[in-house]
Design a protein around this ligand. Structure first.
Ligand SMILES: Cc1cc2nc3c(=O)[nH]c(=O)nc-3n(C[C@H](O)[C@H](O)[C@H](O)COP(=O)(O)OP(=O)(O)OC[C@H]3O[C@@H](n4cnc5c(N)ncnc54)[C@H](O)[C@@H]3O)c2cc1C
Ligand code: FES
Length: 258
C-alpha cells in the first residue's frame, strides 16, 4: 500500500547527507527499507535510520537526479512511500559488534536502539573516508554503549578503516555476533576476519519493484531476491554468494564490478 506523508523535519547531517523525518507510525524493524517517491519520476529504496510508535526517518546521500530532487524538498512538502520491505537484523543478546561505513551506518543506529532494549552489550565502530562522511556520531554517543570513530585521514577518531577498528575489537573482546552495513567492499574485508563467527550484513542491489516480481535484485548463484530474502543476510547465505564483494548489477541487469 502506498502512503503519502508530510516531511516533518529535515536534519542536515553533512553537505551531502540529510535525514528526512516523518510523523507516521510504521511497524518496521532495523534493516528494513522503504521505496520512496516524489511523484516526479521513479521510486528508490532507502533504509530506515529510525522508527518508533510515532515517527520514522530515512537518511539520504545526494548522489544523482532522484536524490538531488529530494534535497530540494522543504519541511511540509509531501513524499510518498511503500513498505517497509525486506528482512531485518535479528536482535541478539550477549556481546555484539556493529560495524558501519559511510552512509550505511544510520540503519545500525536504529538497530543499536533496539538491541539496548534486549540487554545486549554493544560495541559500535563507525568509519568513513573523512569527518564529513562520518554519520550519526552524536546520536551514538548519547546511547548507552561503547562507541568509536575511525576515518581514513585520521581527522576524527583513529586513522584507518572500520575493518581495522573491528579487528582491534575482535582481538580484545569475546564477541558473540557481528552486524554490518556499509560499502560491500568493507563488508567483504570484514568477512575475512570473522571465520566461524556468526554475522548479518545489510546488502544493496538495484531494486525496482521491491516485492519480488521483477527479478532485478537477484544475487548469484542462488538467485535470492535481495528485496524479499534480503537486504539483511546471514553468514550462511552470504557464504554461498559468488558475487558478494565482486560485482552487482545495474538497472538493465548488466554486471558492474565493485
Ligand atoms: C536496500 C537498500 C537500501 C538503501 N538505503 C539507502 C539509504 O539509507 N540512504 C541512501 O542514501 N541510499 C540508500 N540506498 C541507495 C539509494 O537507493 C540510491 O543511492 C539512490 O537510489 C540513488 O538515486 P539517484 O537517482 O540519486 O542516483 P543515480 O544516479 O540514479 O544512481 C546512483 C547509484 O545509486 C544506486 N541506485 C540507483 N537507483 C537504485 C535503485 N533503484 N536501487 C538500488 N540502488 C540504486 C546505484 O548504485 C547507482 O549507481 C539503498 C539501496 C538499497 C538497495
Ligand atoms: S526489486 Fe524486483 S524482485 Fe527485487
Amino acid at each position: 500500500m502506498r502512503r503519502t506523508v508530510k516531511i516533518h523535519d529535515i536534519i542536515n547531517e553533512s553537505d551531502t547527507v540529510r535525514t528526512f523525518v516523518f510523523h507516521y507510525s510504521l511497524e518496521a524493524a532495523p534493516g528494513q527499507f522503504i521505496m520512496l517517491t516524489d511523484f516526479a519520476g521513479g521510486e528508490k529504496p532507502f533504509s530506515l535510520s529510525d522508527s518508533d510508535t510515532t515517527t520514522f526517518s530515512v537518511t539520504i546521500k545526494k548522489i544523482g537526479s532522484f536524490t538531488s530532487r529530494l534535497f530540494r524538498k522543504k519541511i511540509g512538502d509531501f513524499l510518498s512511500f511503500r513498505g517497509p520491505f525486506g528482512t531485518c537484523f535479528t536482535e541478539k543478546r550477549g556481546k555484539v559488534l556493529l560495524v558501519g561505513g559511510g552512509y550505511g551506518t544510520p540503519p545500525l543506529y536504529f538497530l543499536a536502539k533496539r538491541l539496548i532494549s534486549t540487554g545486549a552489550q554493544i560495541i559500535v565502530v563507525n568509519g568513513a573516508r573523512a569527518e564529513s562522511d562520518l554519520l550519526f556520531c552524536n546520536r551514538f554517543e548519547k546511547l548507552n554503549l561503547e562507541y568509536q570513530n575511525i576515518t581514513q585521514s585520521g581527522c576524527l577518531g583513529k586513522e584507518g578503516t572500520s575493518v581495522d577498528l573491528a579487528q582491534e575489537v575482535l582481538n580484545d573482546h569475546e564477541i558473540d555476533f557481528v552486524y554490518a552495513a556499509g560499502p560491500e567492499l568493507m563488508m567483504s574485508e570484514l568477512k575475512k576476519l570473522l571465520e566461524s563467527k556468526p554475522y548479518e550484513f545489510l546488502l544493496e542491489r538495484y531494486m525496482k519493484c521491491a516485492i519480488g516480481i521483477c527479478g532485478n535484485c537477484t544475487v548469484d548463484p542462488i538467485g535470492i531476491r535481495l528485496c524479499v530474502e534480503g537486504p539483511v543476510l546471514s553468514n550462511k547465505i552470504i557464504e554461498q554468494l559468488t558475487e558478494f564483494g565482486k560485482y552487482h548489477r545495474d538497472a538493465s541487469g548488466k554486471k558492474v564490478v565493485f
